[in-house]
Design a protein around this ligand. Sequence first.
Ligand SMILES: [Zn+2]
Length: 253
Amino acid sequence: MSELKIIPLGVGDTFSEHNTTASILIELDGFRLGVDCPDSYRRVLTQASKPQNLALDINTIDHMLITHVHGDHMNGLEGFAFWKYFVEKKKTHLYTSPEARADIWDRRLSAPMDRLFDGREFKQMRFEDYFDYRALSWTEPVALGPLRVRTYRTIHHVPTTALLIEWTTGRKTRKLGYSADTAFDPKLIDFFADADLIIHETNYGPAHTPYESLSSLPADVRARMRLIHYPDTLDLSAPSIVPLRTGEIVSVP
Ligand SMILES: [Zn+2]
């Protein structure tokens, strides 16, 4: 019986004093998918390993999905891909929207990554030298290992993909919704209508979802929802939606 596990690597926002920025690790049948990539990824894995004694290792994570190009969601991709290239001698399997893929190389990573010195000479490097890229489609499901991923374009400053991830366990189809960054969007809640678990962001400002918008959703939706990307100031004493905690193991049987 396949049981999907989610390990939050970071649950905070970019300004947090206490939490790593929002990112999760998804595991099913030995397939591991990172969703968003905070900086110093190996340290992040070590810290997230502590609560459950997990020993998470970057060498066991080859697949990385980036929801959008804001730094708190992809600042670690340079170091992650350099680790794969220099240490493991392999490419990073990268999944993101075509819009984000163009920006990731042309406006984010080409500056630090497109030239390497091998001790004698400089070599010109291309996106393809580091990444094995597969586009996330806005219209069609995409198979990533045992997972099928549908996307939804959220309301955010830059092109951002919310995810509806499906997998089969026994004869049943299970679904995980992941909001990524978004303003409150009832259509996105509808997109997650039959999800077994919904991981939803909350934060301040017009491009994020106020906690009050989520806490006023119907009880059956809130019962299936967990929070991520929350500010340090979120009152965790009696939340009507349970926040994710770094390093816990969330199972979707
Ligand atoms: Zn963002």
